[in-house]
Design a protein around this ligand. Structure first.
Ligand code: SAM
Length: 415
């Protein structure tokens, strides 16, 4: 039989356990890794060993074969600890969980910290969740479609932070090119025969003034300082020819606007897949709930543009403690800067990687244990904040500014 082991970072290893074998787990394999036997009729085993030798199933596809499962009888022996545990795996230790202070990143205080935070809590995460993320991103938002359909035939359009390329094929009369920091998402665009390349939105390798239009949908909220967000908008403007238009969407702090709850709040009991189509991951108890000084977590760390006075309507509070709170999904925001959980479903393997996929029945203990949670950094924008940032730039004018699907949106025109 084959048993699947999974590390909390998502790495999985399949181990062959032949008939009459004894597997003794100690150290990391016993405590840090989760393990389970996926229900299935056949196991993928090493052909050369004919499934008789204990060991990892290697990625050598030339040496793999299927082995039909038969009746299995297995015994598990565990030592029971009667005293508190002090092991070196506190993040997964039941006994230490209550006392443990979770490692939670802080709000960045300089450019270097900002870039590190984004690397860890945006770029790495999208790279890991790309396949699952893409499977939840299929419905284009109508007003973005409307913008793309309104552009003249033959327009050259850049989609900066294009994700899985959801908008790249909307209007076949346009020459659209996408770019994104995530190579795995760019590869997904390539599989759909879209033109896309890897780059950072702060520095897009496209000649100045060469685009008739550009869009940047749900990207700028992933930058962790006002300066970096402004620099990204400046970069979009740089790409435009005079008269060219940019459409920008960012997630709004206000998920209830003009007495209407956003879809994000309304679909509290939506199916899990639907949850993630809207914008984010699934509900989870905030890390700050587990902390002794949780009150300070429930507050904002809102950095402002130098000339951008704080909007009265925006409910964010300023703070002394700058650790980023973890958002509970489908609830209102209490902080402008936060971490949003993403529960990864399915295999973490990328296309083309060999090895077995771990799959347990939905909702089972094994499935929960084996689905890692990632956290993405977001800065949710207050009313007027995106518009003020755009207005602070020379050489552009704000043509339109509106609220759509829980996002603040601006249409910019290059002068
Ligand atoms: C919420 S997704 C939106 C994707 C797509 N625009 C859409 O509407 O479906 C955010 C995207 O921004 C990308 N991203 C985040 N930071 C970026 C950066 N610094 N430069 C380029 N892309 C970035 C992510 O990789 C991800 O694809």
């Amino acid at each position: 039989i084959v048993m699947d082991f999974k590390h909390p970072d998502g790495h999985t290893v399949a181990i062959m356990l032949p008939r009459c074998s004894l597997l003794v787990m100690a150290g990391e394999s016993r405590y840090l890794w989760t393990h389970g036997i996926t229900p299935r009729k056949y196991d993928v085993v090493q052909a050369s060993e004919l499934g008789q030798k204990v060991g990892t199933i290697t990625a050598d596809v030339g040496d793999l074969t299927l082995n039909r499962r038969e009746t299995r009888t297995s015994f598990t022996f565990r030592k029971v600890r009667r005293s508190p545990c002090n092991c070196i795996y506190p993040s997964v230790c039941d006994s230490q969980k209550g006392q443990q202070r979770q490692v939670q990143p802080s709000f960045p205080h300089n450019e270097m910290e900002a870039s590190k935070l984004e690397q860890e809590y945006v770029h790495k995460v999208y790279e890991e969740i790309a396949t699952h993320f893409s499977s939840t991103r299929h419905s284009p938002w109508p007003r973005i479609v409307e913008f793309l359909r309104s552009l003249p035939k033959g327009s050259i359009v850049a989609d900066v932070g294009c994700g899985n390329g959801k908008y790249l094929g909307i209007n076949e009369d346009l020459y659209m090119v996408g770019c994104d920091r995530s190579k795995n998402l760019v590869d997904i665009c390539g599989e759909k025969n879209f033109q896309a390349f890897v780059c950072d939105a702060l520095s897009v390798p496209i000649r100045s003034g060469s685009c008739d239009a550009c869009i940047s949908i749900a990207v700028i909220h992933h930058f962790s300082t006002a300066e970096r967000r402004l620099a990204t908008i400046r970069e979009l403007a740089r790409l435009l020819r005079p008269g060219g238009m940019a459409l920008i969407y960012v997630w709004a702090m206000e998920q209830e606007y003009k007495n209407q709850k956003s879809k994000y709040l309304k679909e509290k009991n939506a199916s899990k897949d639907k949850d993630e189509e809207i914008n984010t991951g699934m509900a989870q108890r905030p890390l700050c709930d587990q902390m002794p000084d949780s009150s300070s977590q429930d507050s904002a760390c809102s950095d402002r543009l130098p000339d951008d006075s704080k909007d009265e309507d925006c409910d964010a509070k300023s703070v002394a403690d700058s650790r980023l709170p973890v958002h509970t999904n489908r609830t209102s925001f209490h902080s402008q800067d936060l971490l949003v959980p993403w529960h990864l479903k399915g295999s973490t393997k990328k296309k083309g990687e060999s090895g077995d996929t771990v799959s347990f029945p939905a909702g089972s203990k094994e499935q929960k244990e084996l689905s890692p949670v990632f956290h993405r950094y977001y800065h949710v924008f207050c009313e007027g904040e995106l518009e003020a940032a755009c207005r602070s730039l020379d050489g552009v004018r704000v043509q339109k500014s509106y609220y759509d699907q829980g996002n603040w949106c601006v249409v910019l025109q290059k002068l």
